[in-house]
Design a binder for this molecule. Sequence first.
Ligand code: PLP
Ligand code: LYS
Length: 444
Amino acid sequence: MYLHGTSRVNEAGQLVIGGTEAAELAKRFGTPLYVYDEALIRQTIRAYKAAFEKSGLRYDIAYASKAFCTMAMCRLVADEGLSIDVVSGGEMYTALKANFPPERIHFHGNNKTPDEIEQALEAGIGLFVVDSFHELQLLGALATEKGLVADIELRLSPGVEVHTHEYISTGQEDSKFGFSIAKGTARQAVEQALQTKGVRLVGIHCHIGSQIFETEGFKTAVARMAEFYVMSQRELGAADLSILNVGGGFGIRYTAEDDPLEPVAYIDAITEAVKAEFTRLGTEYPEVAIEPGRSIVGPAGTTLYTIGSTKDIPGVRKYVSVDGGMADNPRPALYQAVYEAMIANRADEEPTELVSIAGKACESGDMLIWDVKLPTVQAGDILAVSCTGAYNYSMASNYNRMVRPAVVFVQEGEADVVVKRETKDDLIKGDVIPARFLDGVYSK
Ligand SMILES: Cc1ncc(COP(=O)(O)O)c(C=O)c1O
Ligand SMILES: N[C@@H](CCCC[NH3+])C(=O)O
């Protein structure tokens, strides 16, 4: 298993994360357990900032909170000086409750509801990324009603196809997101935005997809967006335009086969492309904005499970079952995502056996890893699955009425619970038995 951040194997053969043995964390907090290496999160954020500083361009980094949204994470992001991107009233509420400065919150989403827009306007959210004509009209009307002017970016689709899973590719023409540059709707959106009371067009935005390993797609997107930006200023009179937002999507190493670039390489490619394009077009450089999610939290997360039953089908495969699965990590089932794992309490032992890791949900597709080499496992061993920090906790469910695991942040030998493990009472807290069901139901 690739060891990210502060993860290492100590002399006692134990996996250690953030200065604490993983098996000790499992004992203290129970399993399944999401463990986050806080130092690695901060280090990645600082690497993005340093790469931009080097470029000399004005910049804004918004953490895409959909990857992992909790109050502690929002606090950390605020402390590191980033902005934050939210895509729902729930994410916005979490950030606001964590005292995230509202002016540094960016509100995304292809179907923001009137309630969510009102909530955002009342909270003083700094930026709306507008995704449709419907939203433009709704936001303009609601802002005007309140005597406000909302700063907006328009989400455009630059028609860039990238090599990633089709469910996480977003910049292509055939997408539910954004106004198409090629089809002319982006131009109409700028024209309409400039005539809409209650909004001020400050930027254009695109996001070409997620888990992208090369820089070509970003460079193409920058070139198309730059042309459009300058056209909007010169031909359409978009005088307040000053931000070019190229979204997130920077790839990470889930397995040894993955070969992502360092954050700095993506930023260098983007900032160099911005400079080249804007110089060619003869216009002042814009502020460059990005929205990384996965790359900030993905490698920092490890999920710990306790191994239970095994089933050996001679000549076929050996199934090793853990006490979690698709409820805490739906990504293998959804995207055929591949993960690596190790036995945390015997991390120095040679992997000798090829096994497959099964979850405990009542579902054949609940497989966390097909074919991973481990030392011979025993019930009670702690399995560590690496690189589970992005879109795992945030996409977790209560399928089969499983409780969501706790989340701990570890650093320098300290471990803090940032999300408590759900209880069985949490599972039924919204349940209501209609009074008419109770009348004599057991007496019939
Ligand atoms: C608009 C937007 N911004 C940012 C992100 C974050 O992407 P990633 O987590 O791949 O960095 C996404 C998700 O793909 C997105 O849809
Ligand atoms: N949920 C996806 C990423 C979605 C990106 C958000 N636009 C994943 O786990 O890979």
